[in-house]
Structure formats: C-alpha cells, structure tokens
Design a protein around this ligand. Structure first.
Ligand code: ACO
Ligand code: LMR
Length: 264
C-alpha cells in the first residue's frame, strides 16, 4: 500500500512537476497562445484565476504608471544612495523598496480598507472625513506632496478615465471622489492620490467584475495584494535608477553639512 509522507508545505498557485509548467493549472504554452500578458500572469499567480481582459489591462496599467516617479521620492533616493555606496542590484533595490509604507507608496491596502468600511457602513463623505479627524488619523490614499487640485496628477486622471470607461461599476470610486471634494475644500493638496485611486478602483473591480464573491473580494484586500501592485510596479523604476547610477559611474554620496541643522 502507498503511504503518503505527510507534507509540510502547501502550494496552490503553480506546478512544475509535469512536462509543462502551469500557473493555476494553465499550461505555460497556453499563457502565450492566449496572449495573457503580464496582467494575465498576475491574475493567475495572485488571484488563481483568469480575469477578463479589461481587468488584466487594468493590472498592466497600474504597473506602467507606478513604475517610476522621478529620482526625488523616498524609494528612488534610497536606491540611488545605496548604489552610489557601491552596492549590488538586489541590495539597492530592496533598500528602495523598504521605504514603501503607509506614507509613501504603501497606502493602497489602508485606503481600500478605510474607504470600503466607511462606504459599507453608510457614512456620508463628510462624516467619514470628520470621523478620521476626530480619531486623529490621516486618511490613507488622500494627500500629495507636490500634486494638488490645481496641479493634478495625470496618472490619477488616466486611471479614472480607464475605469469609468471599462468597469461595470465605479461605486467606490464615486464615493472616494466625493470624499476628495470634502478634503480638497480644506486644503488644495488633499487629493485622491495615485495610491488611493488605484486601491479604490481595485475594490470596484474585485467586487463587481463577477469573478469573485464579496467574501473573496474582501479577503484579497486583506491579504495585501494592493500594496503588492505598487511594490511590483516601482521595482521597475528602482532597478532603472540602480542601472542609471552605475552607467553614470556616480561616486559615493555624502550629504552636505549645511543641509542639516545640528542641535549639538
Ligand atoms: N487625511 C487627512 N488630512 C491630511 C492628510 C490625510 N491623508 N494628509 C495631510 N493632511 C492634513 C494634515 O493633517 C495637515 O493638517 P493641518 O495643517 O491642519 O495640521 C495638512 O493636511 C498638511 O499635512 P502634511 O503632513 O504637511 O501634508 P504633506 O503634504 O506633507 O503630506 C502625505 C503628504 C505624506 C502624502 C500625506 O498627505 C499623507 O500621509 N497621506 C496619507 C498617506 C498616503 O496616502 N500616502 C501615499 C501618497 S502617494 C505615493 O506615495 C505614491
Ligand atoms: C510616487 O509615485 O512616488 C509619488 O506619488 C510620491 C511623490 O512624492 O511623488
């Protein structure tokens, strides 16, 4: 009789044992036959299912427009400084990635959770903003250092246009834009930022594309998939900055004294 050795690991996304590698049971040759693209591969490995092409195009759009935002943001600065200290590609990349969090680039999961919680409990946009202020909490996905109502973020405009055109429902996006109306009336830069806009549209997608139950949609949001999208996208730019500094043979960086106020 066969005695199966108890397994200590489980994997539910890919299989390399047969003659052909599979992603969620889709053979790798089929990935190319059906031209699934990187969005299709993400949908298989992260969501364990094929998604309609308007959805995989949305995933690809996110990767393309989060890929970089110039050299001055936290992540790129860290990568550049690390490269200039002589470190390798992986060290420079992770040094940049480690800055991604609630303030920079990693506000997606929080935005998805906070906005959907407020929406589901029927809070008006103003009541939501007031409740956050009372709790002394910043609203994740709101606010930007350089972008504002008068200097809009084109990335956000592109996402909104795409989603309005292709998604079956934009209920949460409409709610988030009403929240933005409240916050920008207080301060011009308190816009729905790129993290917030992507996250909210993602919730609209998961809930209304017909591929997930509401329970599954909420579970995926809790898993941290949304920050995963920013991390994956921005890795493209961070690797670019590492290569750029090496190509330019940039020397070790030391910050000028006069840019620090020394208190001792
Ligand atoms: N919700 C509510 N109020 C806010 C928010 C917010 N998200 N952000 C700023 N404010 C308020 C502050 O409380 C402050 O009010 P006060 O003047 O009454 O004290 C005022 O706006 C200015 O705050 P600052 O911290 O100076 O704003 P700054 O422009 O420096 O901050 C930042 C920009 C860091 C993005 C901030 O808005 C924030 O933390 N937002 C939430 C996190 C987030 O979404 N980050 C992702 C940004 S996009 C990206 O990184 C790709
Ligand atoms: C980014 O994409 O890195 C930003 O929106 C953050 C910034 O300050 O530009």
């Amino acid at each position: 009789s066969m005695v199966r050795k108890p397994s200590s690991f489980i994997c539910s996304i890919s299989n390399d044992r047969g003659p052909e590698l599979t992603y969620s049971n889709v053979p790798i040759s089929k990935v190319f036959e059906d031209d699934l693209g990187i969005g299709g591969v993400i949908s298989l490995l992260w969501f364990r299912r094929r998604l309609p092409s308007y959805a995989t195009k949305f995933l690809e759009m996110i990767l393309q427009l989060t890929a970089d935002h110039g050299p001055c943001v936290s992540g790129a600065m860290n990568t550049i400084i690390t490269t200039r200290a002589g470190k390798d590609l992986i060290s420079s990349l992770v040094s940049g990635l480690l800055t991604i969090g609630t303030r920079f680039g990693g506000a997606l999961d929080g935005a998805a959770q906070e906005f959907s919680k407020a929406f589901d409990s029927g809070l008006s946009p103003r009541a939501f903003v007031d409740s956050c202020r009372k709790a002394n909490k910043l609203i994740p996905g709101i606010g930007h250092r350089i972008k504002s109502r008068n200097n809009p973020d084109l990335r956000v405009e592109l996402v909104k246009q795409y989603v309005k055109k292709h998604f079956p429902s934009t209920k949460l996006l409409d709610y988030a834009l009403a929240v933005e109306n409240v916050t920008t009336s207080k301060k011009d830069n308190l816009i729905l930022n790129v993290d917030g806009c992507i996250a909210i549209c993602f919730v609209d997608l998961l809930r209304n594309c017909g591929e997930f139950t509401l329970e599954e949609a909420n579970e995926y949001i809790k898993l941290g998939i949304l920050n995963g999208m920013f991390v994956l996208g921005r890795s493209i730019g961070l690797i670019g900055h590492h290569l750029d500094q090496k190509r330019l043979r940039a020397p070790l960086y030391r910050h000028p004294w006069d840019d620090f106020l020394y208190l001792s």
